[in-house]
Write a protein that binds this ligand. Structure first.
Ligand SMILES: *[C@@H]1O[C@H](CO)[C@@H](O)[C@H](O)[C@H]1NC(C)=O
Ligand SMILES: *[C@@H]1O[C@H](CO)[C@@H](O)[C@H](O)[C@H]1NC(C)=O
Length: 429
């Protein structure tokens, strides 16, 4: 049984919230309303790149953030500590720079983020991305960030970063979008999907400028290490996966609690933990209570296949986006209401890209202090041991579960055919 405190905290947090608010909490991206602020940011559907004004106050305080982002040794911010890379596990990614033809360079790694009000996590998050890009070769990497509605200096830091990243040869696209997913009822997922697609724009609009085997690394506002990112990419190659996901965590009281339960479904079609119609998270610690195979692999830190995941950090093939035009989208008319990452995975399956896996050695959280605690509890990637044996390989299923549970709301969680409404909407495999 969970401690009493845990239970009452759950009640306090959730019971009086409507599902709509809750669903925001569950998806866990920075665009969602955990911090549903009511700041007076104008709502507009146009890109306001050129108009957005930097605040002098935040511009003044941005340089130490840039310093920390560019220098892994910087100690000004109390960030999650990350181990130095050891061994040769990721050496196969390194490209000697004389192999790369600068005039015809084609990045193979596309980093995408949508960020709002998360200055606190930028030294760790962007710092780890920069470290990773340096490791992979800056000329092999592109970074695309869409910022929106920030009032905490996030915009100014990311803007100031432009010059610095250009100086190390990274292709960095920085855009803004002030559209607020919370501004109007019923448009939340549509807005979130649009923002995610906007982050992918440089890739989608210039497919010929990227390598055919490009990997997209899409990250939420999480604290994570270079080894977390490299492991997601490594497992995508090693397992020949179409998409790999981390595990993301929050804390309810002292209990580490898996966060992305609204999106993630196992190969049994069910959520990672049971959420009753009361919306209670009392059973959150019993992950894969009804799917032993997944529960075991999770416990031993071995990658396992799922129907859908996002979990704060993912690496996926650009191919289905470029060839099959898969995009982030809202539910079709008549299709069960669900979050855009789940629909994304559903569409991947439909087009034959169902090798989707959770990498349980990669654990992330939405702040540095929480990430520290979660690394202590779940271990760093490198501490999981990085040798591979026969059992590390996923035994891929080529067919998805026949039915998948759709958490339309906590009261209403129907089991529906996994490809519900796709044929009706003329989606052809
Ligand atoms: C780089 O590619 C361009 C265009 O294909 C070619 O003209 C040039 O000779 C190449 N440079 C090197 C150093 O290979
Ligand atoms: C800004 O976001 C909205 C809502 O998602 C989207 O419709 C619009 O296309 C985005 N703007 C750009 C320039 O992509």
């Amino acid at each position: 049984m969970p401690p009493r405190r845990f239970k009452s905290l759950l009640r306090a947090t959730f019971v009086c919230l409507s599902f709509v608010t809750l669903a925001y909490f569950l998806i866990g991206s920075s665009f969602e309303g955990q911090r549903s602020r009511t700041t007076h940011v104008p709502t507009t559907t146009t890109d306001r790149v050129s108009e957005k004004k930097a605040s002098p106050r935040w511009l003044d305080s941005a340089p130490p953030f840039i310093e920390a982002i560019m220098n892994p040794e910087d100690r000004l911010f109390d960030r999650l500590e990350c181990p130095a890379l050891e061994g040769t596990r990721y050496e196969h990614f390194r490209r000697s720079s004389n192999v790369v033809n600068i005039t015809t360079r084609m990045p193979e790694y596309f980093f995408a983020l949508d960020l709002t009000d998360c200055a606190h996590v930028l030294p760790r998050l962007i710092g780890s991305i920069v470290e990773t890009m340096r490791f992979l070769g800056p000329e092999n990497c592109a970074l695309s960030i869409v910022e929106g509605r920030s009032v905490d200096g996030t915009y100014e830091i990311l803007k100031l970063l432009q010059e610095t990243l250009a100086s190390i040869g990274v292709e960095y696209t920085f855009a803004t979008n002030e559209t607020d997913p919370m501004a109007k009822e019923g448009v939340r997922i549509e807005v979130l999907a649009g923002l995610r697609n906007q982050a992918l724009k440089p890739l989608l609009e210039n497919p010929n400028s990227y390598a055919p085997e490009t990997t997209v690394i899409f990250l939420n506002d999480v604290a994570l290490c270079m080894e977390d990112i490299l492991e997601l990419i490594h497992q995508r190659v090693y397992q020949q996966a179409d998409m790999t996901c981390a595990m993301d965590w929050t804390f309810l009281g002292d209990n580490p609690t898996f966060y992305d339960v609204w999106i993630a479904s196992g190969m049994h079609g069910d959520s990672f933990f049971f959420v009753p119609e009361t919306g209670d998270w009392d059973l959150a610690w019993k992950l894969f209570w009804n799917h032993r195979a997944s529960a075991e692999r999770l416990e031993y830190g071995k990658p396992f296949q799922v129907f859908s995941c996002w979990n704060g950090a993912v690496a996926f093939a650009a191919k289905p986006l470029l060839e099959k035009h898969v995009r982030f989208r809202v539910s079709y008319e008549g299709e069960c209401f669900q979050g855009e990452p789940k629909l994304f995975c559903k569409d991947l399956w439909y087009y034959g890209y169902g090798k989707i896996a959770v990498i349980p050695s990669v654990n992330v959280a939405y702040s540095d202090p929480m990430a520290k605690r979660i690394k202590e509890l779940k271990g760093y990637v490198s501490r999981w041991g990085t040798t591979e044996d026969a059992s590390s390989k996923i035994d891929w299923k080529l067919k998805p579960p026949a039915d998948v549970k759709c958490m339309r709301s906590y009261e209403d969680q129907p089991w529906l055919p996994w490809d519900e409404q796709l044929a009706e909407h003329g989606v052809a495999p």
